[in-house]
Design a protein around this ligand. Structure first.
Ligand SMILES: Cc1cc2nc3c(=O)[nH]c(=O)nc-3n(C[C@H](O)[C@H](O)[C@H](O)COP(=O)(O)OP(=O)(O)OC[C@H]3O[C@@H](n4cnc5c(N)ncnc54)[C@H](O)[C@@H]3O)c2cc1C
Length: 554
């Protein structure tokens, strides 16, 4: 075992959150920071190409490729859970949709004990993080904001078929929307975020703009930042109730790095609770079962898991969709060449083209995220995408705020063993009711004049033929995760209902915080990358503030 020099802060995981921390904590030059990442370089063709998503989705070189346990709520199916294992983490393999979430999501964080994380505060952090390339009110292309996260309105590059989705939204009575992240014009009877829009994406000049691009690249050359990649942290070192460092393995070599101030876990919603448990912080019964010494009997570590589930329905179209361009060998060659020569064309646009939030019958707030894509495809057994030759499109619904909560626990005392993921989907009556309302909404959308005009045939299983029993069964047998696990080390008021306090400090262990999607008290309504980066940016401010206040322990 080699001992490396000591650092002020050690960050575990260079994902969406870890890259933000690395940048913000090294900026002032006063703190020496070590960033340890299990994966390697993100300089890979299919990471940079927006439509390369389909290839990194199952590539073991950049992906942890987890499998959840059989889930009773999903008809006993065991879902595939991709997670990024590469610089940039899941922001290097995700679908790049940039969605802040809805104001009430964050107000609910505040209510759950994450005091100070309400919408009025966090929106300022979002504003500071972003620069939006978009059209202004006069139709001129401009950049709004000067933050490091580049968010691009890609409507000009999207398939013309998307206009039918926006017409269908009008048929549904949903407000026309330019930007899913914008507040509605006031006065307005519309809840924030309601409506359908072209998706805004973390793409810059036709290439993915991950958290590593936004935050790590500018920080990399600072002398006070050390980045160690291809290194797996096996546990946090706890001495006298405080985190003092980490043990990690790089190849065959074991290392011990010391932290003078704090260890910051940003290993993501699957691996952060796993690492805590391997370090003796978690439910005592689980740790003892695997012979791990208990440093801190913290019952909620790994509990509270929330994720989004979505169901897609496919339709054959009577006019060209993306399938006409990408569903054959010649088209793929042409798209590849166009991309290499111009950074444009179908490969430059992420997979999700239109999305928005809608209210199901009786809901006060938008409670379903809708996705409409001008393409139809399937996933092969190998995990590779297979785009249909014929013209097709898909409509998809995803309940925004499930109430079911699952758990993540270690499988054994071996840190190399994947953890057990129990999503516990659809385990509450509320979630089953929302699935039905969401499915009815999808039936209505499929019947709008705008969609029926372009539908040649509804593909099997045909949602229009389903009654409530069939709709629920359809969801159980066909819905899949959209890869948004959160809340497994959530913030709250105390150790009975949470893992972290509102400054992201682990209850009962000094010098240790968790800063990633696992810290969400509840899942946000939309895609989780933007709120994770926001959380890390605010966390960095709190961490720096606590150093000056000397307030590192709860
Ligand atoms: C396929 C896919 C598609 C998605 N699409 C979207 C989308 O379009 N829009 C959106 O907003 N969100 C999307 N998401 C979700 C979003 O990307 C995540 O919520 C977000 O990236 C989570 O950030 P994080 O920092 O919590 O974790 P991550 O970004 O996953 O970072 C965790 C990092 O820690 C590293 N790590 C873990 N364990 C260890 C260890 N023991 N030692 C060292 N390093 C370790 C990992 O390798 C990883 O780099 C998607 C996710 C996936 C997987």
């Amino acid at each position: 075992m080699s001992t490396s020099p000591s650092y002020d802060f050690i960050i575990v995981g260079a994902g969406s959150a870890g890259c933000v921390l690395a940048d913000k904590l090294t900026r002032c030059g006063r703190h020496k920071v070590l960033l340890i990442e299990a994966g390697g370089t993100d300089r890979r063709f299919w990471i940079k190409v927006p439509l390369g998503y389909g290839f990194t989705f199952s590539d073991p070189a950049v992906n942890w490729r987890y499998d959840a346990e059989p889930d009773p709520g999903l008809d006993g199916r065991a879902a595939y859970w991709p997670r990024g294992r590469v610089l940039g983490g899941s922001s290097s393999i995700n679908a790049m949709a940039y969605v802040r979430g809805l104001p009430h999501d964050f107000d609910d964080w505040d209510t759950a004990g994450a005091t100070g994380w309400g919408w009025d505060t966090v929106r300022q952090t979002f504003d500071a993080l972003e620069s939006n390339d978009e059209y202004d009110a006069h139709g001129r292309w401009h950049r709004r904001g000067d933050g490091p996260v580049r968010v691009t309105d890609m409507r000009d590059h999207m398939h013309p078929f998307t206009r039918h989705f926006l017409s269908a939204a009008q048929d549904m009575g949903w407000p026309a929307m330019d930007d899913m992240n914008a507040a509605p014009a006031t006065p307005s009877n519309t809840p924030p975020g309601e409506g359908l829009a072209h998706v805004r994406s973390t793409v810059k000049n036709g290439m993915r703009w991950s958290s590593a691009d936004a935050f790590l690249r500018p920080a990399k050359s600072r002398p006070n930042l050390t980045i160690v990649s291809n290194a797996h942290v096996e546990n946090i070192v706890i001495e006298n109730g405080a985190a003092t460092g980490v043990r990690y393995r790089r190849g065959q070599q074991k290392h011990h790095a010391r932290a003078q101030r704090e260890v910051l876990l940003s290993a993501g919603a699957v691996n952060s609770p796993q690492l805590l448990q391997h370090s003796g912080i978690g439910p005592a019964a689980v740790l003892q079962r695997h012979g791990i010494a208990v440093h801190n009997d913290l019952s909620q570590v790994g509990q509270g898991l929330q994720d989004h589930l979505a169901v897609s329905h496919f339709f054959w179209a009577n006019e060209p969709t993306l399938n006409a361009k990408l569903g054959n060998w010649m088209g793929q060659m042409r798209a590849g060449l166009t991309y290499i020569l111009t950074r444009r064309g179908p490969l430059a646009v992420p997979v999700n083209q239109c999305s928005g939030f809608a209210r199901t019958a009786g809901a006060d707030q938008p409670d379903v995220q809708v996705y409409c894509n001008p393409a139809s495809y399937s996933t092969q057994a190998s995990g590779k995408p297979q785009i249909d030759r014929d013209n097709g499109f898909l409509l998809c619904v995803q309940p925004c705020r499930p109430t079911s909560r699952g758990e993540i626990t270690i499988r054994s005392a071996n840190p190399n063993d994947a953890p057990l993921i129990h999503p516990n989907s659809l385990s509450t009556p509320e979630d089953r009711a929302t699935v039905l309302r969401a499915s009815h909404l999808l039936q209505s959308l499929a019947q709008t004049p705008a969609i029926t005009r372009v539908t040649r045939e509804r593909r099997d299983p045909d949602i229009m033929t389903m009654d409530d029993d069939a709709l629920l069964e359809n969801f159980r047998t066909r819905a899949g995760t959209v890869f948004h696990p959160t809340c497994t080390c959530r913030m709250g008021t105390d150790a009975t209902n949470s893992v972290l306090d509102a400054r992201l400090r682990v209850h009962g262990t000094r010098g240790l915080r968790v800063v990633d999607a696992s810290a969400f008290p509840n899942i946000t309504s939309g895609n989780t990358n933007a709120p994770t980066m926001m959380l890390a940016a605010r966390a960095a401010d709190l961490i720096l503030m606590d150093q000056t206040d000397n307030r590192t322990s709860p």
